[in-house]
Ligand binder design. Structure first.
Ligand code: 3PY
Ligand code: MG
Length: 252
């Protein structure tokens, strides 16, 4: 009926994700039409509130991209509302233990796998009245690994049933390792932590994702084995292109 992350992945081998931070339906629609495989609405650090997220999900339903939401925190209320509004999966910040990952899966899945409450008001409108029958299988549950604690616990986190994969936040991970935030050039210790998470995922057949600030870094991450790679954000795309136009103009 509707295609979640794993089925899209099987066709492509990897998925390119765009983050939306700008709280607007038209900018989300515009961004979603630029060729990304996945669009993730960032409710953690983006400026998007729930009402804007609903309108943005409606706007990108018209485009053949997978809509995900990065929820602000491991909180069942916003997870259920994001999924009911039509997100086909979530990424969750700061999942540090297997117990955190278990709670995340519980909040995303209907019984008997979990404790999601039934009421897919927009999801059933957008994806069909049989949405709930397919939701546990199609919706993706992705834990963000972005602390030293999470890396230390990675094997037990990856063993949690129902988790589709993990997503590394290199900025927070480097901070947690007492480094300056690193997104592109990783020093030895940050790189070793990234490698441990990636190898664990590959061994268990789970999807490994990571944020990348630009296309070269995103491709390097794909060649390294990451199968879900974020290429920057809508806010940065807008700022970067506008700045480059203005700078070119000033030189004429
Ligand atoms: C981080 O780098 O910490 C992130 O959360 C990127 O998504
Ligand atoms: Mg982070």
């Amino acid at each position: 009926p509707f295609r979640g992350l794993n089925r899209r992945m099987a066709e492509n081998g990897h998925l390119l994700n765009g983050y939306c931070a700008i709280p607007d339906a038209f900018s989300a629609e515009l961004y979603a039409r630029q060729g990304f495989d996945v669009i993730t609405l960032d409710l953690q650090h983006g400026l998007i509130g729930y009402d804007a997220a609903v309108a943005m999900l409606q706007a990108i339903t018209a485009v053949d991209v997978l809509p995900l939401v990065r929820i602000p925190w491991l909180d069942p209320a916003i997870i259920m509302k994001a999924l009911d509004a039509g997100a086909l999966g979530v990424t969750c910040p700061m999942v540090n233990t297997a117990a955190d990952a278990e709670r995340l899966v519980q909040y995303c899945k209907y019984p008997p796998m979990g404790q999601r409450s039934l009421g897919p008001v927009r999801a059933a409108t957008a994806y069909g009245e049989d949405y709930a029958a397919h939701a546990n299988r199609e919706l993706s549950v992705i834990a963000m690994i972005e602390t030293a604690e999470a890396v230390a616990n990675i094997e037990s986190i990856l063993d949690v049933p129902g988790l589709d994969g993990v997503y590394i936040g290199p900025g927070d991970l480097s901070l947690s390792l007492n480094r300056k935030p690193q997104l592109e050039e990783f020093d030895t210790e940050v790189d070793a932590a990234i490698d441990r998470v990636l190898k664990g995922c590959i061994k268990k057949g789970l999807i490994a994702g990571i944020f990348a600030p630009g296309p070269e870094q995103a491709w390097r991450m794909v060649t390294r084995g990451f199968r879900f790679v974020t290429l920057s954000t809508d806010a940065r795309a807008l700022a970067f292109q506008a700045k480059s136009w203005v700078e070119k103009f000033r030189l004429l």
